[in-house]
Design a protein around this ligand. Structure first.
Ligand SMILES: Cc1cc2nc3c(=O)[nH]c(=O)nc-3n(C[C@H](O)[C@H](O)[C@H](O)COP(=O)(O)OP(=O)(O)OC[C@H]3O[C@@H](n4cnc5c(N)ncnc54)[C@H](O)[C@@H]3O)c2cc1C
Length: 528
């Protein structure tokens, strides 16, 4: 029977992040992954054609430049790098106009002022307040356990803090309307809010300033999203740790209310002398450890875990030439933009799209974002070729059930390509070398933690955010089972930033009194 200091269930980037920190702290860890490859939602495959790299899940590493992982784990030395393109976001409108959001705020204001001078000034203020001044505060929020609302309030007593908190009672759309007047600009930001799996319900308004803080800090992982997972794996292996793929965990073994190890689907037992951590979804963790070990309020809440009212369906293309957007005639920077949005004309369409997703219908107006990664990193395709994708919002199940996605693949591919071509007329048959459609049921099939195609292992609604994620009794990465920790995106943090893995590492290091060869990010404090 194999034995380690720590066993981690799931080799998504959060499980690997925790493993890498623990390896750095001198523990022997074993990371067990059900799939044939590591990475979970940070993975890359040649899905369209050989040599064309497709990030099947995360593509936009949000605010990675503020992440402690690069420094603490020396990820550059282990092969991870990223690129922050100068034109961060682009929006193509059906009427031929376009908006671009740049790293350079002046250039963004020039673009927005073509629609509304007032909105351009509003953006300048919001950018200065949230993306520049309060940025360190947001970083410390992410890389620390969540605070109870009263405590958060107490730490944000100054005027900027109060202004930030004034967003809390709003819904996403109310938060956007509070700052912007132009319909196109409002529509863009409303769609951007949904990209994080935020839902337009009262109490989600705080997501707005947080998104504002990060939309000019989107990074492309060099060589593929999987390069982060592989770099983390190298850190683990350099510390003497082990990573096993094709090793689904069937049970977290608990003895005398202490996590003692895990049992794999084939019956193999692996012992953990000091901790077991779960890098999978919170409801899945309860099932592995035995739900009866958790208090009734936790069980009830996770029984009704909200996976989200929408998922994503991604069309990947192998191309001879990058998409050439018609609206680039209005703003040539659109063709240099990293995160490109299209498919919507107004807020009503956005509302309808999300209502249709909720009802399980394919949207009348498919809308969403995508990228052509080869514009920034040519290694994403064979020399001279291009790799692009677009991921419109979609329901988990079509009428008839989720398996309908399999039956309707050709039809959906044709429809999405038709819409994309409306915006980028050069996506003609002679340009498109190959296509690959990745549907919500494919997301779930490849990763049991992304149930119902749940992009972030659970929707962002007030009952599942901050101290409520996944439940107040579990929100500090600890559980009622001694030695059992949580480290996935079902916890506070989420997105491809390693936040939950990092916070779990600090919790375990504190409990086990480990010497930390890293300096933890200071707790959130803002006097402004
Ligand atoms: C289409 C799509 C696009 C996305 N785009 C972005 C983006 O651009 N930017 C961004 O920040 N985020 C994005 N996300 C979200 C991002 O992928 C997730 O937030 C991230 O992957 C979560 O990481 P994680 O390590 O917490 O969990 P996961 O990546 O889900 O890893 C969990 C791992 O556990 C494994 N596992 C499950 N059950 C078991 C078991 N019983 N035994 C062993 N292993 C098990 C799974 O196979 C998986 O490898 C996207 C997601 C999707 C689906």
């Amino acid at each position: 029977m194999a034995s380690f200091d720590g066993v981690i269930v799931g080799a998504g980037h959060n499980g690997l992040t925790l493993g890498a920190y623990m390896a750095r702290a001198g523990l022997k860890v074993c990371v067990l992954e059900a799939a044939p490859r590591i990475g979970g939602g940070c993975s890359t495959e040649d899905a369209t054609a050989p040599g064309f790299r497709c990030n099947l899940h995360s593509n936009f590493y949000i605010a990675f430049s503020s992440s402690p992982l690069m420094r603490d784990l020396e990820l550059a030395r282990y092969g991870f790098a990223y690129i922050e393109p100068p034109v961060q976001n682009g929006i193509a409108m059906r009427d031929g106009t376009a908006l671009t959001i740049h790293k350079d705020v002046e250039r963004t204001c020039v673009s927005l002022a073509r629609f509304s001078r007032r909105d351009a000034e509003a953006f300048r203020y919001l950018n200065e307040t949230y993306a520049v001044k309060m940025r360190p505060f947001f970083t410390s929020l992410l890389y620390n356990p969540p605070l109870a609302p009263d405590e958060l309030k107490a730490r944000l007593a100054g005027p900027e803090g109060r202004e930030f908190l004034a967003h809390a009672p709003l819904d996403l759309f109310g938060a956007v309307d509070r700052h912007f007047e132009d319909q196109r600009i409002r529509t863009l930001f409303k769609l951007l809010m949904h990209v994080t799996t935020g839902e337009n319900v009262p109490g989600t308004g705080l997501i707005f300033p947080m998104i504002l803080a990060s939309i000019t800090h989107l990074a492309l992982p060099a060589g593929g999203s999987a390069s982060l997972s592989h770099a983390l794996a190298r850190v683990i292996e350099a510390g003497g740790g082990t990573i096993r793929t094709d090793a689904p965990v069937r049970e977290i073994v608990v003895e005398s209310n202490r996590a003692a190890g895990v049992r794999l689907a084939d019956g193999t037992r692996i012992d953990a002398a000091r901790f077991v951590a779960s890098g999978i979804d919170a409801p899945g963790t309860l099932a592995l450890a035995g739900a009866e070990r958790f208090p009734a309020p936790v069980r009830e809440k996770l029984d009704g875990w909200h996976w989200g009212d929408h998922s994503l369906v991604t069309l990947h293309l192998a191309l001879n030439a990058p998409p050439d957007y018609a609206a680039a005639a209005f703003d040539p920077d659109l063709n240099r933009a990293f995160n490109v949005f299209f498919g919507f004309d107004d807020t009503e369409q956005v509302v309808r799209c999300f209502e249709q997703c909720k009802r399980g219908e394919f949207p009348d107006w498919p809308m969403g974002n995508g990228a052509c990664n080869t514009l920034f990193d040519p290694t994403y395709a064979p020399q001279g070729k291009h790799a692009a994708f677009w991921w419109p919002f979609a329901p988990y199940a079509l009428p008839g059930g989720p398996q309908e996605w399999d039956r309707r693949k050709d039809e959906v591919t044709a429809r999405l390509l038709e819409v994309w071509r409306e915006y980028a007329p050069n996506l003609t048959p002679d340009n498109v070398l190959a296509t690959f459609l990745f549907t919500p049921i494919d997301i779930e099939r490849g990763n049991a933690a992304m149930r119902r195609g749940a992009v972030r292992l659970g929707a962002y609604v007030p009952a599942q955010l901050g101290i409520n994620r996944p439940h107040p009794l579990l929100s500090q990465n600890r559980t009622p089972v001694e030695g059992l920790y949580l480290c996935s995106s079902s916890c506070h943090g989420g997105g491809a930033n390693g936040g939950p893995g990092y916070n779990a590492a600090n919790a375990i290091a504190a409990d086990l009194k480990l010497a930390r060869p890293w300096t933890p990010i200071a707790p959130p404090e803002w006097s402004g």
